[in-house]
Design a binder for this molecule. Structure first.
Ligand code: TYD
Ligand code: MG
Length: 458
């Protein structure tokens, strides 16, 4: 039998090296190489087809038309917000990675999902972190009917796969991938090579058996899923579970999804009976100010497939530092710096000697450029200490030459704002409908930043 070969894999980019070295030759990251044993093909094929050397039994060329006829099989989880983020339910044979900070509710969400799948779908919950007693008592507290549910407290990938091959579940949950290890490697559980190997085996199991696999992953301080980046490439979908500390709201976001839209959001509230869906989340991202407040602007964002009203807050204050601070929470830092430069040049407001803090309420992250205009309105409002007119929303991208650019799905955003009782909307001209009103909502179309700032002052 061929001897096992050792390779060194970079935890950042997944590049393979024959020898250990301090710096990855591919991505330049320091001290990220970890040992990884490549199994010889013979042993891998005989065993559980371990490693990535596992030979397939001769694939055949097939006409795609005949494959497409077998549409992907979807299972509705019964949790609407989760189904939405998955792109319309679980796909058979798919692998979904759920990442998030400890204590955010990953285990709770998946256990509740098993509960709603209940009798319809056979599920297996593999726990590497908690004892079976802990899982059972949590299930009881969540009010889940435990009769139909099966669990396994195990961390060895070989034994997990053996059990799963026996039990033939339709949904397999592995909580968490960082605790799973293989006998084939000497590295410690949680190390890059162990996590990568365990995930590769589970991916292969999912594809071969048609089981839907959920992997729970911890998040590092930098916000990525601990373990190699390649983990994100290996799976079909990567979901992040996020929330502000102290807030009971949790946002599930699709970061990558081979079967649905990315940036789709699912919103939950954590209570004493576990996670509850928030099907109409617009209201929770608006703080209830009794009267208009300086430094606050409401935007209509459209992350994923539905519009959402979100409040952006800014605090602009005289800086005592030579290098004033620019802090953006829920937005990209560089974008804020750029917007402030545009505000100076094309809006006539000089904030270079001011500290600028911008926060998106509710712990949600806005990645689209539609936030540009509301951010600047909030900043200027705080700078001048003058609230925006009551019941005003805004959205639009701001260009470097001070032009206001359109964003996708303008009409849908306007309808959402109208539904929630807003009276005025400051929007890019190209997004404005022909009529001057959408319901009770008055549309103010702007082409230049100066126009938008003028409109917000009235
Ligand atoms: P958990 O699902 O264990 O988080 P993760 O698996 O992401 O680490 O969630 C644990 C947290 O959720 C814990 O802080 C307690 C809280 N929680 C509730 O508030 N209500 C509940 O019904 C449950 C089960 C947990
Ligand atoms: Mg957990």
């Amino acid at each position: 039998m061929a001897k096992a070969k050792t390779a060194y894999v970079c935890g950042e980019c997944g590049a393979e090296h024959a020898k250990w070295q301090g710096q990855c030759a591919e991505c330049g990251a320091w001290n990220t190489l970890a040992e990884f044993v490549v199994q010889p093909a013979a042993k891998a094929a005989a065993g559980a087809r371990g490693g990535y050397a596992g030979a397939t039994d001769g694939a055949r060329i097939t006409r795609l038309a005949s494959v497409a006829a077998e549409a992907e099989r979807r299972i509705a989880t019964g949790i609407g917000e989760l189904d939405r983020v998955l792109g319309g339910g679980l796909v058979a044979g798919s692998v979904v990675l759920i990442g998030g900070d400890p204590g955010i509710g990953k285990s709770t969400l998946l256990l509740q999902m098993l509960g709603t799948l209940g009798q319809r779908v056979r599920g297996l919950y593999v726990t590497g972190e908690e004892s079976l007693a802990q899982v059972a008592s949590r299930g009881q507290r969540l009010g889940i009917a435990l009769e139909g549910l099966e669990a396994l407290a195990e961390t060895s990938i070989e034994r997990i796969l053996a059990e799963a091959a026996n039990a033939k579940p339709e949904v397999l949950i592995v909580d968490s991938i960082q605790t799973i290890w293989t006998e084939l490697l000497t590295a410690a559980p949680g190390s890059v090579s162990q996590v990568r190997e365990a995930a590769a085996r589970l991916v292969r199991f999912a594809k071969e058996s048609g089981t839907s696999v959920f992997l729970v992953g911890h998040v590092t301080k930098e916000g990525g899923i601990a373990g190699p980046r390649v983990l994100e490439h290996m799976v079909d979908a990567v979901l992040y579970f996020e929330g502000e500390s102290g807030s009971r709201f949790r946002v599930l976001r699709a970061f990558k999804n081979r079967f649905g839209a990315v940036n789709e959001l699912g919103v939950f509230a954590m209570g004493d009976k576990g996670l509850r869906e928030v099907p109409n989340p617009s209201a929770i991202f608006l703080s209830a100010h009794a009267q208009p407040t300086a430094g606050s602007a409401v935007m209509v964002t459209r992350e994923g497939t539905r519009p959402l009203l979100v409040e952006v807050q800014a605090l602009v204050d005289q800086s005592s530092l030579g290098n004033p601070r620019r802090v953006a929470l829920g937005l990209e830092q560089n974008r804020l710096a750029m917007l402030l430069a545009v505000l100076h040049r094309h809006g006539g407001a000089a904030v270079y000697d001011q500290d600028v803090f911008v926060n998106v309420v509710g712990g949600i992250r806005v990645q689209e450029t539609a936030a540009d205009l509301p951010v600047l309105l909030a900043v200027l409002s705080s700078f001048r200490d003058k609230p925006l007119p009551d019941k005003t929303v805004a959205f639009g991208e701001v260009g470097l030459s001070g032009e206001i650019r359109p964003v996708p799905n303008g009409e849908e955003r306007l309808r959402e704002a109208a539904t929630h009782g807003f009276r005025r909307a400051i929007v890019p001209k190209a997004n404005a409908p022909k009529k001057s009103h959408v319901g009770e909502l008055e549309i103010i179309a702007v082409e230049r930043l100066a126009q938008a700032l003028q409109a917000a002052r009235e």
